[in-house]
Structure formats: C-alpha cells, structure tokens
Design a protein around this ligand. Structure first.
Ligand code: FAD
Ligand code: NA
Length: 387
C-alpha cells in the first residue's frame, strides 16, 4: 500500500486524473472500481456471437469543440469520421431529427423554404401559446406549436420520464432547437468520431502505466477491502467519483436519478434498421429507441454480413439498486445537493468529481475537461506542483 493518491471510480473523470497524476507528477495512483471492468459508463465490449462492439451502458458518441480536450484524447486513440444522425418513427413513418426543414416538410406534406417554414412554426407557436407556461407541455407548445409537439415531443418525453408532460416542470426544457435547413447532423461540434479500436482500448491505454494500479470489483464502502472509506479518508488524498449522497450515507436524503434498461438481441439479418439510432415517438411502443451497433462502425469490414446486434432502450426512475444515469434534478434534489456541498467542505482531502460526484449530467468531453482543470487547479497544488 504505497499509493500517493486514491481514485474511486474508473470512468473518464477518474482515469483522466489518474493518468495526469502518474504521468505528469510521477505519483503512484491506486484506482478502485466497483464493477468488474474499467471505464465507467463508456465501457464497451464485443458481443460474443458477432464480434460487434456494443456500448454496454447505452450508445456513446464522442464530440467536442474543446481543443485541449481533443488534443488530450488523441494521445490515447484515433477517431473514425463517424457522424451521428438520429431518425424517429412516428405513426409508422420515419422522419429525420432534430426537427429540421426535412422533418417539417415531410410532416406537413409541403415544400417550404427556410423562411416559409420559420413563419409557419412561429405562427403555430403563437397560436398554441398560453402566456406563462405552467408545465413542459405548455412550454414546448409555446416554442414549436401543438402539431410538432404532439408528434415528436409529447409521447417520447412521457416515456423518458414515466410522467405526462403536463405534470413535468416547464424548466425541463429551455429550448427546442428547430433547424431551418436540411442539415440533420446531430452534433454541431468541431470534432466528432468514434474510437477506432473501441472505447475499452482507449480507456485501457489511459491506465496503461506501471504507476497506476486498477483494482476491479472493489467497493469504497466495503469495509473488508483495504482501500475502504474509513481506512483512507484523511490519510491519503482521494478523488471520489461515486454518488455524492452515498458518500455521506444519504444523510441529507437521496438524490433522484433516471436509469435505463437495455434489451439486447442478435438478429439473423445483416441490417435491421439501416441506421444506428431509431427513436420511437409513439406511446404504444414501450421502448424509447433502438440502437443497432454495426452502424457505428461502417468501416469495420470484418463485421458479419448476416447478423446484427440491436438494443432496445427503456427509461424509468432509478432505485438505489439501479445504475444512476440522468439526474432528475427537482427543486428538492437541488436543495439536497446544496446540503451535500456543505458537508463536502468538511472533507479537506477528498475531491468530488465526475457525473455522480457532482450530480450533473456530463458528456464524456465535459467529464474529461473537468478532470483536466481539477488536476491543474486542485490536485497538482496538493502535491506542491504549480497550478
Ligand atoms: P462514470 O463513467 O459513471 O464513472 C464512475 C465510476 O465510478 C463507475 O465505473 C462506477 O462503477 C464507479 N463507482 C461508483 N461508486 C463506486 C464505489 N463506491 N466504489 C468504487 N467505484 C465506484 N457522453 C458523451 O459524450 N456522448 C454520449 O453519447 C453519451 N451517452 C451517454 C449515455 C448514457 C446512458 C449515459 C448514462 C451517459 C452517456 N454519456 C455520454 C456520458 C458519459 O458516460 C459520461 O461523461 C462519463 O461516464 C462520465 O464519466 P465519470 O467518470 O464522471 O462517470
Ligand atoms: Na448517448
């Protein structure tokens, strides 16, 4: 036990800190991870029957406009030129998303140009507006009008939240971007792509350093393992990327999360849906979307031509036993989070980071960017290295 730094959790936040601390400061880093694998939610593995790479915790698309993050991630992997696009099945017809000129013209059986489409959406929005929006439905209608809302937002949102949009707070959405071009690229970032040899190879390269020791299937709260909370807090600096409420034994109440259930299936066809992600906008379809993983890597010519892997995604509120995915973030959650942040101040040698440690949805590039700044501004100074 000669580590200088303990990192709890091997997701992108924890691994970025571990990598920097080992390579930049020459520290010995002990990483502990509750799961049987490295990488947190970005972990992927090849499905056994087909060899097709499956993102175990839902489809992960890398994109960023942050040049220092882009430079950093390229030290560990190259990226393909994959460009993400999403389609939606509504009433048995397929439309491009996000809502764009193609979606609008198909939906209204029209051939509007950008100006006419914009005027139409503004007119529908004005027609549906009710003054000060009291719930998500009223807010959405005030932004894009009732017809587009009912087709593409209402049921999908209800399925995501297991809640009728009239019972969801208006603040859940601040904008509903509509594009008045046919551009249906999902992300607008300067850089986008998927790791050429997969997420796990990338994550493993970050930890590939004799100074970094990753111990799997080891829970920080399991008092029978040597790197547990009681044995380490106060005696070694700790980067904690698990749930913040769990750290404090839920003393201020539980923070609410949504989770996802995935149903994976190997089909004996070469191509099931012709694209990587299809959303299902209608309420009578119980899943929100279907991922077909071969389409994330069209360049992999070794993928079988007669089999494919699909994953149906279902959304629901999480219990303590579930994987926490998206913060629900009600007013009560925000109040509890503030109380936990107060408690955090008493933990001088523990840095809370990442998605779970800050109760914040973070894309991969945001988790990595946050870890790079935390390393520079907080971790390096702890070891007497200049900020
Ligand atoms: P995590 O990856 O969650 O890592 C935290 C780790 O800590 C986990 O491995 C966990 O097992 C471990 N841990 C927790 N408690 C303990 C404990 N007590 N002891 C030991 N270990 C513990 N980002 C994108 O950029 N593009 C996407 O398309 C995208 N899609 C996503 C889809 C879903 C469904 C989800 C949930 C996230 C998605 N993300 C995406 C976000 C991406 O997964 C996160 O940015 C990334 O996971 C953040 O890394 P992290 O290290 O903060 O957290
Ligand atoms: Na995703």
């Amino acid at each position: 036990m000669n580590a200088d730094l303990l990192v709890v959790g091997s997701g992108f936040f924890g691994l970025t800190i571990a990598e920097r601390a080992a390579n930049e400061l020459g520290l010995n880093v002990q990483v502990i991870e509750r799961r049987h694998h490295i990488g947190g939610n970005a972990y992927s593995e090849n499905e056994a029957e087909t060899g097709i790479e499956v993102h175990r915790y839902g489809a992960h698309l890398f994109h960023t406009s942050n040049e220092s993050v882009w430079e950093y991630v390229n030290r560990f992997t190259r990226f393909t030129d994959y460009v993400h696009r999403v389609y939606a099945d509504y009433n048995g017809e397929v439309y491009p998303l996000p809502i764009n000129l193609g979606t609008i013209n198909q939906f209204f059986r029209a051939a509007h140009g950008p100006a006419a489409a914009r005027a139409l959406v503004q007119e529908l929005a004005a027609e549906g507006a009710t003054g000060d929006p009291q719930n998500l439905e009223e807010k959405a209608i005030s932004l894009i009008g009732r017809p587009l809302y009912e087709a593409f937002i209402r049921d999908y949102t209800a399925k995501q939240w297991q809640t009728d949009p009239t019972d969801l707070p208006a603040e859940v959405i601040s904008r509903l971007p509509v594009r008045y071009t046919y551009d249906n690229r999902y992300f607008n970032d300067a850089h986008e792509g998927l790791p050429v040899d997969g997420y796990t190879a990338w994550l493993e390269r970050m930890a590939d350093n004799p100074r970094i020791d990753v111990t799997l299937e080891t829970d920080f709260f399991d008092a029978s393992q040597p790197w547990n909370k009681a044995a380490t807090v106060g005696s070694i600096p700790i980067i904690y990327t698990g749930p913040i409420d769990r750290y404090f034994d839920y003393s201020e109440g539980e923070l609410a999360w949504r989770t996802l259930d995935f149903e994976e299936e190997v089909l004996q066809v070469g191509d099931f849906q012709g694209t990587s992600v299809m959303n299902y906008a209608n309420r009578d379809v119980p899943y929100t979307r279907i991922h077909e993983f071969r389409h994330f890597h069209p360049e992999r010519d070794w993928y079988p031509k007669d089999k494919t892997v699909i994953m149906r995604e279902f959304s629901r509120f999480a219990t303590r036993a579930d994987e926490p995915y998206y913060p629900v973030n009600t007013a009560q959650d925000r109040e509890r989070l503030l109380a936990y942040r107060e408690l955090q101040k008493g933990e001088a040698k523990v840095l809370f980071g990442g998605r779970l440690g800050t109760y914040q949805y973070l894309d991969m590039h945001m988790a990595i960017g946050a870890a790079l700044s935390a390393f520079q501004n907080k971790v390096a100074p702890m070891f007497g290295a200049g900020a």
